[in-house]
Design a protein around this ligand. Structure first.
Ligand SMILES: [Zn+2]
Length: 312
């Protein structure tokens, strides 16, 4: 697939009180690994713009938007915490705006036919952010904002969010629970943070599909459940654009979860998702980085994922 990378140096300016898993070094690990890949190094790389308040407000409540816009601490040394693991520093607003902006811009690129696939290498991640609440390292829900941009900005009638992060994307599911034009499908470890995403949660007429796997699950079962359960259930609803919450914290080396995935499993997922977009969504695939907290595994997994998109 013809692929473009969107990123923003603003992502380095969002700091969290150490020790914290969601560090600026994560973005560096991904970009350094991309730079070391002969296949990815030469790809078009777009410096993401900020999302507008209007774009963010398609998903988030006015109170949430105000909370983040006004959430930076007064001093460079201080942090403002929303919960025990979700913080803002000076520079966090710019990072969050550019993370959401990258996702919106990626939708514009694939809708214009300038690229078939887009990968947004940004931080902080987004899929835990709910309409009214930053949580789980996430300030704005980038992928939910992108989905609503595709629907309301580009006039699509149905889009899918497929979430392969090891954690359940509770914020993205919240969107699907009130928005029948969104199909949300997730494969994630359970039980695990945030505790949502049970298989009996099916949204509006089945537009939410949760596939859960237990701690210790390896690639063979994960791949099979992705290919034989999650993707067919999403495909049956005929979305016109595939958005992917691309988290790599299912890797066996990741400290925050217990799956036993390897780089090859993420490459497999990339191939399956690329083929899905080619079958039903006019080769339109937008991927946003979510989790991945072991720096080496994160860089290698994201690289394997994007290299496979290019080869698909
Ligand atoms: Zn995660």
């Amino acid at each position: 697939m013809k692929t473009v990378i969107l990123t923003s140096h603003a992502g380095f300016q969002h700091r969290v009180p150490p020790p914290h898993s969601e560090s600026p070094e994560r973005l560096g690990a991904v970009l350094d690994a991309f730079e070391a890949s002969a296949a990815i190094r030469g790809l078009p790389r777009i410096d993401a713009r900020r999302a507008t308040r209007e774009e963010i407000s398609r998903f988030h409540s006015p109170a949430h938007v105000d909370m983040v816009f006004n959430g930076e601490p007064a001093s460079h040394e201080a942090f403002h915490g929303f919960d025990f693991d979700t913080f803002m520093s000076r520079g966090s607003l710019e990072a969050a705006l550019c993370g959401a902006g990258a996702a919106v811009q990626a939708v514009d690129k694939v809708m214009a036919g300038e690229a078939e696939a887009a990968f947004c290498a940004t931080r902080p991640p987004g899929h835990h952010a709910e309409r009214d609440r930053p949580m789980g390292f996430c300030l704005f829900n980038n992928i939910a904002i992108a989905a609503l941009h595709a629907l309301d900005g580009h006039g699509l009638s149905r889009v899918a969010i497929i979430d392969i992060d090891v954690h359940h994307g509770n914020g993205s599911q919240e969107l699907a629970e009130t928005e029948p034009r969104v199909v949300f499908g997730s494969i994630h470890e359970s039980p695990l943070y945030p505790g949502t995403g049970h298989e009996h949660e099916t949204g509006l007429n089945g537009n939410v599909i949760n596939v859960t796997v237990g701690g210790g699950t390896g690639g063979e079962i994960w791949q099979r459940r992705l290919d034989e359960e999650l993707i067919p259930a999403v495909e049956a609803q005929q979305p016109e654009l595939i958005l992917v919450s691309a988290g790599f914290d299912g890797h066996e080396a990741d400290p925050l979860a217990g799956l036993m995935l390897e780089e090859a499993d993420f490459a497999h997922a990339a191939r399956s998702l690329a083929q899905l977009s080619q079958r039903i969504a006019s080769s339109r695939l937008v991927c946003c980085l979510e989790g991945g907290y072991e720096l080496g595994a994160l860089g290698r997994s994201a690289t394997a994922f994007v290299e496979t998109l290019l080869a698909s």
